[in-house]
Ligand binder design. Structure first.
Ligand code: ASP
Length: 347
């Protein structure tokens, strides 16, 4: 090739490389915990359908060139509106018989974040968390103040009865009975924290975002707040990594789990499946906690480990097809060789 042609070809390649759009990826979870295969076929079908719809709605945003945060909130609102998940409608009950919700979002490049805790009337807490990030000078708002801000922002408020489902009510009745038989708040098992929802996304500009929304743990008391709205614990994103966790929140707070995973990825250059599995399958169970997490890096690598019976999880990428998995023997992009496995004793 003549030198000037070579120069033109190299310049063209350089421009192509500079403008090369990242292939968008969206990963979601619908909670980790005791998920037995005796779930009714109708319920399993409904859960898988909701997960697929969340993936499709979120991915439509990414395909349209929208930022990762749009995909995260689009996916999470689908799951908040679905009564099968412990977020928005279908949230678990507190010890006082209320639905008290927490949510957070974070954008990786700017490290912008917003979160809300202890809200009772916000139809989609994830949208309020986003409004806190985008339209307030603060990161975290709680309770009545958060709801006053929601009203100012035109965020939909509903009567608290909207969140109630019979299934969650029955779970609460069972937990109350257990409380009466044992010491109060002694039995913090996985059945009490199941169905939280979360999403992490990578957009075509190469930016990451994360979000998590939950009703918390059944029978929680005294204004208990879990990890989901704590930036760094249940939700975190930076330029290289985005994480949403689900599990026994106290342990995620104490290990600052989502931030820990992202620091392993961004500071130690660990592959995201290894970093996530070290925290979820080693650190948290070694302290007596349990749960799972979804994580995504800026190259589109996915991790979704959990140390419980199952985790509702889904992903969608280059093929544009929503993939959903529930049980631990279903393949997912986390099934990489060489990452620490979950200890069997935590099942
Ligand atoms: N992590 C949530 C909490 O502790 C519950 C869950 O993820 O299931 O509030």
């Amino acid at each position: 090739m003549k030198p000037f042609r070579l120069l033109i070809a190299l310049t063209a390649l350089g421009i192509a490389a500079m403008t090369h759009a990242t292939t968008p990826v969206l990963v979601i979870h619908g909670g980790a915990g005791v998920i037995k295969r005796d779930m009714s076929p109708a319920k399993e079908k409904a859960v898988r359908a909701a997960m697929s719809k969340a993936l499709q709605d979120g991915y439509a945003q990414l395909k349209a060139g929208k930022p990762a945060i749009d995909a995260v909130t689009a996916a999470i609102t689908v799951l908040e509106d679905d009564p099968n998940f412990n977020a928005g409608r279908g949230s678990v009950f507190t010890h006082d018989g209320k639905n008290e919700m927490d949510a957070a979002v974070m954008e990786g490049d700017s490290l912008s974040a917003g979160s809300v805790a202890g809200v009772h009337r916000v139809k989609n807490p994830i949208l309020l968390a986003r409004a806190v990030m985008e339209h307030s000078p603060h990161v975290m708002l709680i309770g009545d103040g958060a709801e006053a801000f929601a009203k100012e922002q035109g965020i939909t408020l509903v009567d608290p009865s909207y969140f109630r489902t019979d299934e969650r009510w029955q779970q609460w009745q069972k937990a109350l009975k257990e409380d009466n038989e044992k010491k109060p708040h002694a039995n913090q098992d996985t059945t009490k924290h199941f169905g939280t929802v979360g999403a992490v996304a990578l957009d075509s500009a190469g930016h990451l975002a994360a979000g998590t929304s939950t009703g918390g743990m059944t029978d929680k008391r005294w204004g208990r707040v879990g990890d989901s709205p704590i930036i760094g614990a249940g939700t975190y994103a930076n330029a290289k990594c985005a994480v949403s966790g689900t599990g026994w929140g106290e342990f995620y707070i104490r290990t600052v789990a989502a931030h820990e995973i992202c620091m392993k990825v961004s500071m130690l250059d660990e592959p995201v499946p290894r970093a996530t599995a070290e925290v979820i399958n080693q650190e948290i169970p070694s302290m007596g906690g349990n749960g799972g997490a979804i994580a995504l890096d800026a190259d589109g690598n996915i991790a979704m480990p959990f140390n419980t019976d199952g985790m509702f999880r889904g992903w969608i990428g280059a093929d544009g097809v929503p993939h959903v998995a529930i049980y631990d023997d279903e393949p997912d992009p986390s099934n990489h060789l060489g990452v620490p496995a979950a200890p069997s004793s935590t099942q």
